[in-house]
Ligand binder design. Structure first.
Ligand code: ZN
Length: 95
C-alpha cells in the first residue's frame, strides 16, 4: 500500500515531499483541496495533484488544508457569542 516504494531516492529525500500518510492539502496556485497522495513526482519536483496546475511542493505551494495558512478563510463561524465569563458579583466582593 505504500506508493512511495516506486519512487527514486531523490523524490523521497525531497524536502517538499507530500506527507505520509496522505492528508488533505490545498494548493495556492489552483486553490483546490485534495488528498496529498495526488501529488506527483515529476521533473524533479513534487507537483500539485491537479492536472494543468503549475503549483509544486508540499510546504511550498501546497499546504495542509486545515492548516493556519487558510484558517482566516475557512473559519467563518467563530465560536464566540459575545459574552465574556465575567460574572462579577459586585455586591459580594467582600467576604
Ligand atoms: Zn495546484
Amino acid at each position: 500500500m505504500d506508493d512511495y516504494e516506486d519512487l527514486p531516492h531523490e523524490a523521497l529525500d525531497d524536502p517538499f515531499k507530500p506527507p505520509h500518510p496522505p492528508r488533505k492539502v490545498r494548493c495556492l496556485h489552483c486553490d483546490q483541496t485534495y488528498m496529498s497522495s495526488l501529488m506527483k513526482w515529476q521533473g524533479g519536483l513534487w507537483r500539485c495533484g491537479i492536472p494543468g496546475c503549475d503549483g509544486a511542493g508540499y510546504g511550498f505551494d501546497v499546504f495542509d488544508a486545515d492548516g493556519h495558512m487558510f484558517a482566516e478563510e475557512d473559519e467563518e463561524e467563530f465560536d464566540f457569542d459575545g459574552e465574556f465569563d465575567l460574572d462579577i458579583d459586585l455586591e459580594s466582593t467582600e467576604e
